[in-house]
Design a protein around this ligand. Structure first.
Ligand code: SF4
Ligand code: MG
Length: 331
């Protein structure tokens, strides 16, 4: 599969009154065409900041990308002039957020908003724009799309509004769709419908998807690969099967134990005790040490090296790495 996006050693900081917060601390991953990568982790782990960096939507100041590269179709995005980035944003890469109302303009009809998105980036006639709007509403499963073009956002339910937002994001036929907690504001039944919609859209359009979520349960159905983030780092990444059935990082295992699973009957949910470390002064060693039931002396001192468990499965935990014994001996 062809590589669409390559993120390497991404570091992002925010300057606050309390000091500099290192929100993303050396994140690397690839995304292939037509693939769905889920980035999972607790709030504040850096997953949204990673997504916003790809869109170059980090408010600067107080934010700053301090290191790394983001290549989209072999083009470096971090140093791209803003006027060129604007041609990529919403056209080649689109993003949708948790709350559909913030993405919709309450004073414009749905038809006008969809057409507007298209007209901003392409030279289409009003008739073509309308036709495309109907097509997209149909794609996202809005019944009688033609009649609904003249309705306003408040005339739709929350689930329908999120479908409209997805239609807006897709109208310019992007190659990458980034969805940041797209189902969090919706009830469980609607959540499942929206996830099915993502799956169907991907089948029909071939768009690659980065799905950001704090909920591992959400990704079970649609992710191809899962990257687990903790304290600004990807601590484990693998195929869905590798993460769900062969996860090796104690944090990933903790996350899996804290979500309901259909495939496990003894359904006792165990929350992970403690809180993530302060990212004003991140620890030198493994950031999970204070919460980790398996922590060893080396963990606190040295950040774990990346270990390849397979060609697709990488983990950063000393338990998986024989080099830990050498470090212990060298103390
Ligand atoms: Fe736990 Fe050590 Fe592995 Fe970190 S490196 S997750 S503290 S065992
Ligand atoms: Mg977030």
């Amino acid at each position: 599969m062809e590589k669409l996006l390559e993120v390497r050693d991404l570091e992002v900081s925010f300057l606050t009154y309390g000091g500099e917060v290192q929100a993303v601390r050396g994140v690397s991953f690839d995304l292939h065409r037509g693939e769905t990568l889920a980035i999972v982790g607790e709030s504040g782990c850096g997953k949204s900041v990673t997504a916003n960096s790809i869109m170059r939507l980090i408010p600067q100041p107080p934010g700053r990308i301090t290191n790394g590269t983001i290549q989209f179709k072999h083009k470096e995005l971090i140093t791209l002039p803003e006027n060129q980035m604007r041609k990529i944003r919403g056209v080649d890469i689109s993003m949708i957020f948790q709350d559909p109302m913030t993405a919709l303009n309450p004073t414009l009809t749905v038809g006008n908003q969809l057409a507007e998105g298209l007209k901003q980036h392409t030279s289409v006639s009003a008739k073509e724009a309308k036709q495309k709007a109907v097509e997209l509403l149909d794609l996202v499963g809005i019944p009688n799309p033609e009649e609904r073009l003249s309705l306003y956002p408040h005339q739709f339910s929350g689930g329908m509004r999120q479908r409209i937002v997805i239609a807006m994001a897709l109208i310019c036929e992007p190659e990458l769709l980034i969805a940041d907690e797209p189902t969090t504001a919706l009830d469980v039944t609607i959540q499942a419908q929206i996830l099915e919609l993502f799956e169907r859209i991907q089948e029909q359009t071939g768009v690659a998807i980065i799905l950001i979520t704090h909920d591992l349960g959400v990704v079970a159905k649609i992710a191809d690969r899962i990257a687990v983030m903790y304290a600004g780092k990807i601590i484990e990444v693998g195929t869905k099967k590798e993460i769900f059935y062969h996860s090796q990082h104690p944090y990933t295992k903790g996350l899996l134990n804290s979500v309901p699973r259909l495939d496990r009957r003894e359904g006792k949910l165990i929350p992970i005790d403690g809180t993530p470390p302060d990212l004003f002064s991140p620890p030198a060693g493994c950031p999970f040490t204070a919460r980790c039931p398996k922590a060893m002396e080396v963990c606190d001192r040295v950040y774990p090296l990346e270990t390849n468990l397979s060609s697709t499965h990488q983990v950063e935990c000393w338990l998986q790495d024989e080099r830990a014994t050498k470090l212990l001996a060298s103390k």
